[in-house]
Design a protein around this ligand. Structure first.
Ligand SMILES: Cc1cc2nc3c(=O)[nH]c(=O)nc-3n(C[C@H](O)[C@H](O)[C@H](O)COP(=O)(O)O)c2cc1C
Length: 370
């Protein structure tokens, strides 16, 4: 008997009938075609290989050129990008899967190399320590580069970004996605507005909790106005402390956001627990507080295995469990988990950038044993 039987039961998510409760977590892989940050047949093949997941969330995808912070990440602000994503959604659907697009504006997590030498933007011009992945134009080699102190957005520019989210949503739906997940986690623009450490504005977007939540609410409303609430979702990272994000008021701020998201009846709330370079404590009291405010579908992500998945589902702290790194080298992860098969390890050297190798050449179990 499988250790986490609930994980393999169907789940109704808005209009979608998911065959299991396994979600492929969003993962940036930096393999969009250049120039233009356009998704390709190779990306389509990669996602289609992973279509056994109940739901796939795409890699983070910039809503505008300004929203970009890493080399070779895809966008959803041009018609060519929309057409590239159509290849992906078609392949995933043909393989029997369902897919949301993750909408991304990095804010200050960026570098002038992506903005014609101009500074990245943020709620406020606060110095912080973080790095992005970029390809050096001189050498063609990928590596990390520190982020400079950003410039503060004007009030009018904030309104334009909300509009960019709306237009990106429209393109994502035209590209055939089942819905969109707003990236409100991991120290990117929306998260930067939420926290006193990155937001010291004195206008209606800064200061009080209500003001720091204003941008998130406006983005959620703009996206939901295009997609409808049942196809609108959001990802948040309450316990993040890296990237200059250790805000003392973040938990009450996020709980207030969660109440708003429930009122808006969005498709799901996606919570990041332990992330790539940051392993925060997700307390049980906090899980209970979230559930009390959000009875709708909750996805959790961060170092989950079958035991942890069984625990979180049985306690009803979550309805679905997202797996990130395990999906990299195990395209057939749901089947492997269901049958208790061994999991392959991924090669960290091929996570970001490159081509087929370390991307679509990890075999499924049958081909390993054939
Ligand atoms: C290579 C890589 C890229 C990632 N890119 C994204 C991303 O684009 N958007 C996002 O919200 N999280 C991103 N994450 C975080 C994952 O979605 C997930 O939360 C994290 O890997 C923890 O889950 P895991 O322990 O199952 O890997 C990324 C993680 C990895 C390993």
């Amino acid at each position: 008997m499988n250790k986490a039987p609930l994980l393999f039961t169907p789940f109704r998510l808005g209009a979608l009938e998911l065959p299991n409760r396994i979600v492929m977590a969003p993962m940036t892989r930096c393999r969009a075609a250049q120039p233009g940050d356009i998704p390709t047949e190779l990306n389509a093949q990669y996602y289609a290989q992973r279509a056994e997941a109940g739901l796939i969330v795409s890699e983070a995808t910039q809503i505008s050129p300004q929203g970009k912070g890493y080399s070779f990440t895809p966008g959803i602000h041009s018609d060519a990008q929309r057409d590239g994503w159509r290849l992906v959604t078609r392949a995933v659907r043909q393989a029997g899967g369902r897919m949301f697009l993750q909408l991304w504006h990095v804010g200050r997590m960026s570098h002038p190399v992506f903005h014609d030498g101009q500074l990245p933007v943020a709620p406020s011009a606060v110095p912080f320590e973080a790095a992005i992945w970029m390809v050096d134009p001189a050498t063609g080699l990928g590596g990390t580069a520190p982020c400079p102190t950003p410039r503060a957005l004007t009030h009018a520019e904030i309104g334009q970004i909300v509009e960019d989210y709306r237009l990106a949503t429209r393109r994502a739906l035209a590209a055939g996605f089942d819905g969109v997940e707003i990236h409100g986690a991991n120290g990117y623009l929306i998260d930067q507005f939420l926290r006193t450490t990155s937001n010291v504005r004195t206008d209606e977007y800064g200061g009080s909790r209500e003001n720091r939540l204003r941008f998130l609410k406006q983005v959620v409303d703009a996206v939901a106005s295009e997609a409808g609430p049942a196809r609108t979702a959001i990802r948040l990272a309450p316990f993040l402390t890296a990237r200059g994000m250790a805000c003392p008021d973040i938990l009450p701020t996020i709980l207030e956001a969660v109440g708003y998201l429930h009122e808006r009846q969005i498709a799901y709330l996606h919570l990041v627990e332990a992330d790539w370079d940051d392993a925060p404590e997700f307390t049980e009291a906090f899980r209970q507080a979230v559930r009390a405010r959000f009875p709708g579908p909750i996805i959790v992500a961060g170092k989950y295995d079958l035991d942890k998945a069984a625990w979180v589902l049985e306690h009803r702290y979550a309805d679905l469990v997202a797996f990130g790194r395990p999906f990299v080298a195990n395209p057939d992860l749901p089947q492997r988990l269901a049958q208790g098969l061994p999991l392959a390890a991924f090669d960290p050297a091929t996570l970001f950038g490159g081509g087929v190798h370390g991307y679509t050449d990890y075999p499924a179990w049958e081909s390993t044993t054939a």
